[in-house]
Design a protein around this ligand. Structure first.
Ligand SMILES: [Fe+2]
Length: 278
């Protein structure tokens, strides 16, 4: 465990997740930022309370980690000068939340490093987000399964998300992908900063495993999706307005708990560009 001088780090679960205190993300000096970066590598997802932050401050914090990603299909605040933002908004009329485990944008060749989410409105109860550590999921597999996965490549695409016929997110500024976008990634990736190995398939975007028959690929992916859902690998965060979370998209997955879809919920996200998985 690292010792921190500028921030207080309170782990929230055994596998991943820590609440960070004594910071305002809109006003960070370099030494404090370095510790937040270190804490992200150590805990994989960080939580911050009472962050009364402007969109420009939110973007500036994301940019400390790297250039911001512009989502190919979701740019709801483009007309307001913020094409970098994705807005996740749901209520009784639009009860859509991302309730499948996934990592973001893995249909692109260089999926994001991570995302920074700001809670604008949260239900009184429900609508929590869960994260799962793909380090922990990988490390819990047998040596034999780890060896089997080591040489495998998976195909990720937008077939089940942005390209599907009934894809409707106009209310959050989304548009359907006219053509399927796809990328290939190793099933086990090595984190470029920590050197640790992580499982890198997800049920929203991974379509198949290269070089396998359809039934073989479906069976192995279905095993992995069930495996990563174990509560042992997860943590859970209860939102309040002005809570923020930042996760490392290279070694975690997340999903929303769809248990209060009638309540209004609004999240604003910026996403930091990543590199090609290896
Ligand atoms: Fe997501």
């Amino acid at each position: 465990m690292t010792t921190y001088q500028h921030i207080a780090v309170q782990p929230v679960a055994g596998a991943l997740g820590a609440e960070i205190q004594n910071v305002h993300l809109g006003r960070l000096d370099d030494a404090t930022f370095d510790e937040i970066h270190q804490a992200l590598l150590e805990h994989q997802v960080l939580f911050f309370r009472e962050q009364d932050i402007t969109r420009d401050q939110h973007k500036a914090f994301g940019r400390r980690f790297g250039a911001l990603h512009i989502h190919p299909f979701l740019q709801p605040l483009k007309d307001e000068g913020h094409p970098e933002f994705v807005v996740l908004e749901s209520d009784a009329k639009h009860p859509f939340v991302a309730e499948a485990w996934h990592s973001d944008v893995t249909f692109q060749a260089e999926p994001p490093l991570g995302s920074v989410l700001h809670c604008v409105a949260a239900p009184e109860h429900g609508g929590d987000t869960m994260w799962a550590s793909m380090y922990a999921a990988y490390e819990a597999l047998s040596d034999t399964m780890q060896r089997l996965l080591a040489g495998l490549t998976a195909i990720h695409d937008t077939t089940r998300t942005f390209s599907r016929d009934n894809y409707k997110t106009e209310h959050i500024g989304g548009k359907r992908a006219e053509q399927v976008v796809s990328a290939e990634h190793p099933i086990v990736r090595t984190h470029p900063e920590t050197g640790r190995k992580a499982l890198f398939v997800n049920s929203a975007f991974t379509e198949s495993i290269k070089g396998m028959k359809t039934a073989e690929s479906a069976a192995l992916l279905s095993f992995l999706y069930r495996h990563i859902e174990s509560p042992d690998f997860t943590c859970r965060f209860r939102w309040k307005p002005n809570s923020m979370a930042m996760w490392d998209n290279r070694c975690t997955q997340h999903r929303v708990v769809a248990d209060n879809l009638a309540a209004y919920r609004r999240m604003e996200r910026v996403t930091v560009m990543g590199d090609r998985p290896f």
